[in-house]
Design a protein around this ligand. Structure first.
Ligand SMILES: [Zn+2]
Length: 145
Protein backbone atom coordinates (compact mmCIF):
# COMPACT_ATOMS: atom_id res chain seq x y z
CA UNK A 1 0.00 0.00 0.00
CA UNK A 2 1.29 3.42 -0.94
CA UNK A 3 -0.21 6.58 0.47
CA UNK A 4 -0.09 8.87 -2.55
CA UNK A 5 -1.69 11.96 -1.01
CA UNK A 6 -2.43 13.36 2.44
CA UNK A 7 -4.60 16.41 2.99
CA UNK A 8 -4.68 18.21 6.29
CA UNK A 9 -7.03 20.77 7.79
CA UNK A 10 -5.43 22.27 10.86
CA UNK A 11 -7.82 22.95 13.72
CA UNK A 12 -6.65 25.87 15.82
CA UNK A 13 -7.88 26.62 19.33
CA UNK A 14 -9.66 23.29 19.62
CA UNK A 15 -11.37 22.76 22.96
CA UNK A 16 -10.57 19.07 22.70
CA UNK A 17 -7.22 17.60 21.75
CA UNK A 18 -8.10 17.65 18.05
CA UNK A 19 -5.13 18.89 16.02
CA UNK A 20 -6.42 18.38 12.49
CA UNK A 21 -8.83 16.63 10.16
CA UNK A 22 -7.10 14.66 7.43
CA UNK A 23 -7.70 12.49 4.41
CA UNK A 24 -5.41 10.01 2.72
CA UNK A 25 -5.36 8.69 -0.82
CA UNK A 26 -4.26 5.07 -1.21
CA UNK A 27 -2.47 4.04 -4.42
CA UNK A 28 -3.86 7.11 -6.18
CA UNK A 29 -7.32 5.57 -6.40
CA UNK A 30 -9.03 5.38 -2.98
CA UNK A 31 -9.67 8.25 -0.56
CA UNK A 32 -10.41 7.96 3.15
CA UNK A 33 -11.70 11.18 4.67
CA UNK A 34 -12.66 12.34 8.16
CA UNK A 35 -9.64 10.93 9.91
CA UNK A 36 -8.61 12.96 12.96
CA UNK A 37 -5.19 13.74 14.32
CA UNK A 38 -5.43 13.91 18.09
CA UNK A 39 -2.86 15.04 20.67
CA UNK A 40 -2.19 11.99 22.84
CA UNK A 41 -0.03 11.59 25.97
CA UNK A 42 2.77 10.01 23.92
CA UNK A 43 2.45 12.14 20.78
CA UNK A 44 -0.20 12.70 18.14
CA UNK A 45 -2.24 9.72 16.97
CA UNK A 46 -4.68 9.15 14.13
CA UNK A 47 -8.32 8.35 14.91
CA UNK A 48 -10.09 6.52 12.10
CA UNK A 49 -13.39 7.78 10.73
CA UNK A 50 -16.19 6.39 12.87
CA UNK A 51 -19.92 6.44 13.29
CA UNK A 52 -22.01 6.54 16.46
CA UNK A 53 -23.61 3.24 17.29
CA UNK A 54 -27.38 3.55 17.50
CA UNK A 55 -30.44 1.86 18.96
CA UNK A 56 -34.00 2.06 17.64
CA UNK A 57 -36.56 4.07 19.61
CA UNK A 58 -39.30 1.69 20.86
CA UNK A 59 -41.92 4.33 20.23
CA UNK A 60 -41.22 5.49 16.67
CA UNK A 61 -38.38 3.29 15.45
CA UNK A 62 -35.97 6.21 14.87
CA UNK A 63 -32.28 5.41 15.31
CA UNK A 64 -30.65 7.33 18.16
CA UNK A 65 -27.08 7.22 19.46
CA UNK A 66 -26.70 5.09 22.60
CA UNK A 67 -25.79 8.12 24.67
CA UNK A 68 -29.02 10.00 23.79
CA UNK A 69 -31.50 10.46 26.65
CA UNK A 70 -34.40 11.43 24.42
CA UNK A 71 -35.45 10.30 20.95
CA UNK A 72 -34.35 12.81 18.30
CA UNK A 73 -37.52 12.09 16.31
CA UNK A 74 -40.42 11.82 18.77
CA UNK A 75 -38.86 13.17 21.98
CA UNK A 76 -39.82 10.21 24.17
CA UNK A 77 -37.42 9.48 27.02
CA UNK A 78 -35.16 6.59 26.08
CA UNK A 79 -34.28 3.77 28.45
CA UNK A 80 -30.59 3.55 29.27
CA UNK A 81 -29.30 1.52 26.33
CA UNK A 82 -26.42 -0.90 26.64
CA UNK A 83 -24.12 -0.62 23.63
CA UNK A 84 -22.13 -3.66 22.54
CA UNK A 85 -18.80 -4.38 24.22
CA UNK A 86 -15.42 -4.70 22.55
CA UNK A 87 -12.97 -7.57 23.02
CA UNK A 88 -11.74 -6.02 26.28
CA UNK A 89 -15.25 -5.72 27.70
CA UNK A 90 -15.42 -1.94 27.30
CA UNK A 91 -18.64 -0.35 26.06
CA UNK A 92 -18.51 0.67 22.41
CA UNK A 93 -20.29 3.88 21.50
CA UNK A 94 -18.51 4.24 18.15
CA UNK A 95 -17.57 1.86 15.35
CA UNK A 96 -14.79 2.55 12.84
CA UNK A 97 -15.93 3.03 9.24
CA UNK A 98 -12.47 2.34 7.83
CA UNK A 99 -9.46 1.09 9.75
CA UNK A 100 -6.11 -0.67 9.36
CA UNK A 101 -6.14 -4.35 10.27
CA UNK A 102 -2.64 -4.51 11.64
CA UNK A 103 -0.16 -2.41 13.61
CA UNK A 104 2.25 -1.99 10.68
CA UNK A 105 -0.42 -0.37 8.54
CA UNK A 106 -1.59 1.82 11.42
CA UNK A 107 2.01 2.95 12.00
CA UNK A 108 2.54 3.68 8.29
CA UNK A 109 -0.60 5.83 8.10
CA UNK A 110 0.16 7.61 11.35
CA UNK A 111 3.74 8.33 10.33
CA UNK A 112 2.70 9.86 7.01
CA UNK A 113 -0.13 11.89 8.49
CA UNK A 114 2.03 13.32 11.29
CA UNK A 115 4.74 14.18 8.74
CA UNK A 116 2.20 15.99 6.55
CA UNK A 117 0.66 17.73 9.55
CA UNK A 118 4.05 19.15 10.48
CA UNK A 119 4.68 20.26 6.89
CA UNK A 120 1.20 21.80 6.80
CA UNK A 121 1.93 23.83 9.96
CA UNK A 122 4.85 25.41 8.09
CA UNK A 123 2.80 25.98 4.90
CA UNK A 124 0.02 27.56 6.98
CA UNK A 125 2.37 30.42 7.92
CA UNK A 126 2.65 31.46 4.25
CA UNK A 127 0.44 34.33 3.08
CA UNK A 128 -2.58 33.20 1.07
CA UNK A 129 -2.43 29.68 2.51
CA UNK A 130 -5.49 27.52 1.80
CA UNK A 131 -5.89 23.97 3.12
CA UNK A 132 -6.37 21.39 0.33
CA UNK A 133 -8.61 19.29 2.56
CA UNK A 134 -11.84 20.97 1.52
CA UNK A 135 -10.89 20.96 -2.18
CA UNK A 136 -11.12 17.17 -2.33
CA UNK A 137 -14.45 17.54 -4.19
CA UNK A 138 -12.38 18.35 -7.32
CA UNK A 139 -11.49 14.71 -7.63
CA UNK A 140 -15.11 13.64 -7.34
CA UNK A 141 -16.02 16.01 -10.19
CA UNK A 142 -13.30 14.60 -12.38
CA UNK A 143 -14.53 11.08 -11.69
CA UNK A 144 -18.10 11.80 -12.80
CA UNK A 145 -16.99 12.99 -16.24
ZN1 LIG B 1 -38.87 7.98 18.93
Amino acid sequence: MTITDVRVKIIEHSAERLLAFCSITIDGVFVVRDMKLIAGPSGPFVAMPSRKLCAHCRSCGHKNPFKASFCNQCGVQLPEGAPPRDGDGRLRYYADIAHPINAACREAIQHRVVQEYEAELIRAREPGYVSRYDAIGDEEHRMRR
